[in-house]
Ligand binder design. Structure first.
Ligand SMILES: C[S@@+](CC[C@H](N)C(=O)[O-])C[C@H]1O[C@@H](n2cnc3c(N)ncnc32)[C@H](O)[C@@H]1O
Length: 275
């Protein structure tokens, strides 16, 4: 895991264009440095072995978005501490592999394996360049992994299309695009649109010397669907999970106040056309 140096202190944040190579590279260092803090905050809700799709609390055990995965080769991108793959392997009978660009997140996955007595196959990989043979997976998925942190998400979809066998399924969740028009505030302050939905500049955090420490990219709904279709995949459906009654947990800008009025998560289901 990389150590945060004083030079990495946050000096500026906002929506601005930065060079794609810097923005796309930032995630690895940021997630290395913040892996433990992220899991301290969200680990209990995620569970050590569970596939949570979104802060609304939708879990694969109820949603069945991946279909029947018994015996299937399943690839997780941007897996973090691999809770989803761990659940798929131990409780759904899948042959799952978890990948992530951050060694810090994969180290956390190994610690969870030790705690739970499991052994999850872990591979460090950028989702834009997957180290797997073509047509080697039946299913690919990510819950808020990889896609938001790269300027060139089309490359992720192209890699998914390559490693999926014909007929294979691809499911991913991301921040709902409409949220980008609103302040990232879970309360009343997050209910008034202050930015253009069509402004694609990423949210960026920078060090004092201008280095990009964190970059998160916005795509409109049409951008997401266009990326999937552009990779030769077929969209099967879009989901906008509603905020459940009685669910009070706040996660960043997600919570019951905004959940009552605005969608927070977009889930896309797609597949590679049969040969
Ligand atoms: C919000 S976490 C999601 C992880 C997990 N699904 C969860 O809910 O905790 C985002 C993950 O995406 C990973 N990530 C960011 N950019 C990536 C890239 N280019 N390729 C692969 N993983 C990436 C990060 O390292 C991080 O573990």
């Amino acid at each position: 895991m990389s150590e945060e140096s004083p030079d990495d202190a946050l000096a500026a944040a906002g929506y601005l264009d930065v060079p794609d190579d810097q923005g796309g590279r930032a995630a690895r260092g940021w997630w290395d440095a913040n892996a433990q803090e992220y899991l301290d905050e969200h680990g209990a809700f995620l569970g050590p072995a569970d596939l949570l799709w979104c802060p609304e609390g939708l879990r694969e055990s109820d949603a069945h978005l991946l279909g029947d995965v018994r015996g299937a080769r399943v690839l997780e991108l941007g897996a973090g501490a691999a809770q989803g793959t761990r659940w798929l392997r131990t409780q759904a009978g899948a042959d799952g592999v978890a990948t992530d660009v951050s060694a810090g997140m994969l180290a956390a996955a190994r610690r969870l394996d030790a705690q739970t007595g499991t052994r999850t196959p872990l591979v460090q990989a950028d989702a834009r360049a997957l180290p797997f043979a073509s047509a080697s997976f039946d299913v690919a998925f990510t819950a808020f992994g990889a896609l938001p942190f790269v300027p060139d998400a089309a490359r992720v979809h192209a890699e998914v299309a390559r490693v999926l066998r014909p007929g294979g399924r691809w499911v991913f969740s991301v921040t709902h695009p409409v949220r980008w028009a609103f302040p990232d505030d879970p309360g009343e302050g997050g209910l008034t649109a202050t930015r253009s939905y069509f402004d694609r500049r990423p949210y960026v955090e920078q060090a004092a010397d201008g280095r990009v420490l964190y970059a998160e990219y916005h795509r409109t709904l049409a951008d997401h669907v266009g990326d999937v279709v552009g990779a030769g995949l077929v969209v099967d459906g879009l989901l906008e999970p509603e905020w459940p009654a009685g669910h009070h947990r706040v996660w960043g800008g997600w919570g019951p106040v905004r959940g009552a009025r605005l969608p927070g998560t977009l889930i896309v289901r797609a597949h590679r056309p049969p040969a």
